[in-house]
Design a protein around this ligand. Structure first.
Ligand code: AMP
Length: 463
């Protein structure tokens, strides 16, 4: 089936053809007609399946037929968990809608709010936003929802993981009851189903990938080695295989910085992307990586979410993630939209348990290859037989902790490291902490969002 058969009009088909897409991906084949029919949609699709075009193309088509938007109003709202994903979706909308006279913009935390308020002044047809900044803008009357026709929750599972549920509920309460709802999520977990119950009305359910499956086009392998040999092994692999564009995952921001320095010392052009980097530095690193000026991009898990690099050939897990599902997201950065991709994990003996957990989640053993010269002195034990997957128990909602602020990948946020007193027995310090914990102060936020500071918010330090 070609795009022509899906009910999209000429300006959109022209933009798709210019992008070089010959045929719709499975999610697009199912989602585009469903969205065009005006029904609510619940789609299980991982990043890399073409899901963004799956909702943006029909939204553009629907909005092109409607009324002009009034000042400060929006007609379609796309909520995403991270700034990078928001920017990515917004770019797609601009590309696919280039021959239409629809307006769109993107808002997220970590950058000044005033330019965003200016952009919203005339009203926009499609607004892409992270939840916290959107609420800030709404509180300042910069955005109004009474003309809203369509709501999209993109990567809804990640939004829940990052603790955005309250913000999402607040936003939903502000929207007109009569609207079309589209919910995209990597999985339909019990938490997502609970959210969907209050959100979507008799939805068309679409699923294009089994839970936590890894893209078939990604060839995975493990290289057993020792921790201290990993940096040398990585530069060896990049040079030996002549990899020109490699995305490397580390567990921590410090680890990412250190590795970037090591790679640079080996003569490789590298840049780090993580939550302690300013939005400007992150955008620049990504642009340089895409253009080929930076050969190796070293990222932490959350920062990498939403990165969409066409035809990224190679992903390296320098360290395995603590959360096995992150492995699936990491390697989903390569082998996108049917292209071949390679994912190599450098695994030391300490990571044996993490490797087993990953193999359990993906329900397959990953092939191991020894690299001559980098053999482990501490042997990586063989993986055990794979047990069949059990359904996970739904998570209980956690009470937000006050006081200590920590990033998901284990680093202290700037708010913690600057200005905040360490816990001490000094009653004056304790009193201060208690006062800070009470109520909201002007300019401070306990909201869990990209524009605020929270335990799960990896970007808050860059506000
Ligand atoms: P997504 O899952 O939306 O993040 O998209 C993954 C990648 O697939 C992006 O780089 C898109 O540009 C690309 N893509 C989306 N739809 C198609 C298609 N029909 N044919 C080829 N590539 C596509």
């Amino acid at each position: 089936m070609g795009f022509n058969a899906l009910g999209l009009s000429k300006p959109i088909l022209t933009a798709i053809a210019a992008k070089g897409y010959d045929k719709p991906s499975p999610i697009q084949e199912k989602a585009i007609p469903a969205v065009l029919s005006g029904k609510d949609v619940m789609a299980a699709a991982q990043t890399g399946t073409g899901k963004t075009a799956g909702f943006t193309l029909p939204i553009l088509e629907l909005l092109a037929k409607g009324q002009r938007v009034h000042s400060n109003h929006v007609r379609a709202l796309v909520l995403t968990p991270t700034r990078e994903l928001a920017a990515q979706v917004s770019e797609s909308i601009a590309t696919y809608g280039q021959h239409l006279s629809l307006s769109s913009t993107v808002v997220f935390g970590g950058v000044k709010i005033n330019p965003q308020m200016m952009k919203l002044r005339k009203g926009v047809d499609i607004l892409v936003a992270t939840p916290g900044r959107l609420l800030d803008l709404h509180n300042q009357n910069a955005v109004k929802f009474s003309e809203l026709e369509i709501l999209v929750l993109d990567e809804a599972d990640r939004m829940l993981d990052m603790g955005f549920i309250r913000d999402i509920k607040k936003i939903i309460a502000l929207l007109p009851k009569q609207r079309q709802n589209l919910l995209f999520s990597a999985t339909f977990s019990p938490d997502i189903r609970a959210l969907a119950k209050d959100l979507v009305n008799q939805p068309v359910e679409i699923s294009v990938n089994p839970q936590n499956s890894t893209a078939k086009t990604v060839k995975q392998s493990v290289i057993p080695t020792d921790k201290k040999k990993k940096a040398k092994l990585l530069s060896f692999l990049i040079k030996e295989n002549n990899w020109q564009q490699v995305l490397v995952f580390c567990k921590t921001k410090h680890g990412a910085n250190r590795l970037t320095r090591d790679l640079e010392a080996q003569g490789l052009n590298a840049a780090a992307i993580h939550g302690n980097k300013s939005q400007g530095a992150r955008t620049k690193a990504l642009a340089n990586f895409k253009s080929g000026d930076v050969r190796v991009l070293v990222a932490t898990d959350i920062a990498a979410r939403g990165l969409d690099i066409d035809q990224l050939p190679q992903v390296v897990n320098f360290e395995l993630p603590n959360v096995s599902e992150d492995y699936v997201h990491r390697i989903g950065r390569t082998g996108r939209a049917g292209a071949d991709g390679f994912a190599v994990s450098l695994v030391c003996a300490d990571e044996h348990k993490l490797l087993q957990d990953i193999e359990y989640v993906i329900q397959q053993h990953i092939e191991r290859k020894i690299e001559t010269g980098f053999e482990p002195a501490n042997e990586l034990p063989p993986s055990r037989a794979i047990r069949p997957l059990k359904a996970k128990k739904p998570k209980k909602a956690k009470k937000p902790k006050q006081g200590k602020v920590e990033h998901k990948d284990g680093q202290r946020s700037a708010e913690n490291s600057r200005g905040h007193k360490p816990k001490s027995k000094n009653p004056r310090h304790q009193g201060q902490t208690a006062r800070q914990g009470k109520g909201k102060q002007k300019g401070s936020s306990t909201r869990k969002d990209n524009s605020g500071t929270s335990k799960q918010d990896p970007y808050s330090a860059t506000r």
